[in-house]
Write a protein that binds this ligand. Sequence first.
Ligand SMILES: Cc1cc2nc3c(=O)[nH]c(=O)nc-3n(C[C@H](O)[C@H](O)[C@H](O)COP(=O)(O)OP(=O)(O)OC[C@H]3O[C@@H](n4cnc5c(N)ncnc54)[C@H](O)[C@@H]3O)c2cc1C
Length: 235
Amino acid sequence: MLKDTLLYLARNQQLQNFTVQNGAARRIARRFVAGEALNEAVEATRVLNRRGIQAALDHLGENVTDEKEARAAANAYIAAIDLIKQSSIDANISVKLTALGLDISQNLCEENLHAILGRANSYPIFVCVDMEGSDYTEKTIDITLRMHQKFEHVGTVIQSYLYRSKKDVEQLITNGVRVRLVKGAYKEPHPIAYQSKSDVDYNYMLLMKMLLARGNFPAIASHDQAILDAARKFV
Ligand SMILES: Cc1cc2nc3c(=O)[nH]c(=O)nc-3n(C[C@H](O)[C@H](O)[C@H](O)COP(=O)(O)OP(=O)(O)OC[C@H]3O[C@@H](n4cnc5c(N)ncnc54)[C@H](O)[C@@H]3O)c2cc1C
């Protein structure tokens, strides 16, 4: 239920505006989002850095249908990269390919991503390509692998609810691409994805061990205490 609500919020601009303007909604969103303006994000990051924690900055929104919006999103990501450098904070950024125009044209999306990675690599600041719904899985992995041949500081996300993920993790490990492992935030159907928490968790543990043993600086992204305890025990 919470998953559905958050996905709906992310896709609905009117509701996003409501979320940042309405006090109660804002408090709920704060559980998931540290700050909606770049300056706020920098301050939130400083607090985390003082506790020895690195932050990931994300520009909210996905599935743009207009080229101008896609280019504006790319510029927002580049501004965030510059600000990370200027503020000397310890942070990386996460980008969504559909925010960069993947639904409009793959060329446009890759052009935007190339510009972001060019700037990020010059500092260098790590960029993680978020994983979205399963319609985008193949393209996200292909684009990340191709960009990684030119830009070392790019990685992507693998979702443990997808049956295909073991093969994808193998391929990313072989190519030295950094992986953030998550359970998956979208609603995916039975033919391609595990449906029960126990199956998703079991696969998470399996993929986590592969990545911790042989991966390039993997990120174990979960709020699940059992998973976090198992990761600590494994390393
Ligand atoms: C850093 C990061 C990046 C992510 N990137 C992606 C991505 O690119 N693509 C994608 O599909 N998904 C992404 N996700 C979301 C992920 O797929 C899961 O939907 C989400 O993390 C919830 O799963 P869980 O591993 O925390 O375990 P769950 O089994 O869902 O939850 C375990 C416990 O944690 C609690 N919990 C769950 N969520 C939160 C929360 N936000 N805050 C506090 N407690 C919580 C639950 O109440 C439960 O008790 C990301 C998550 C994180 C943390």
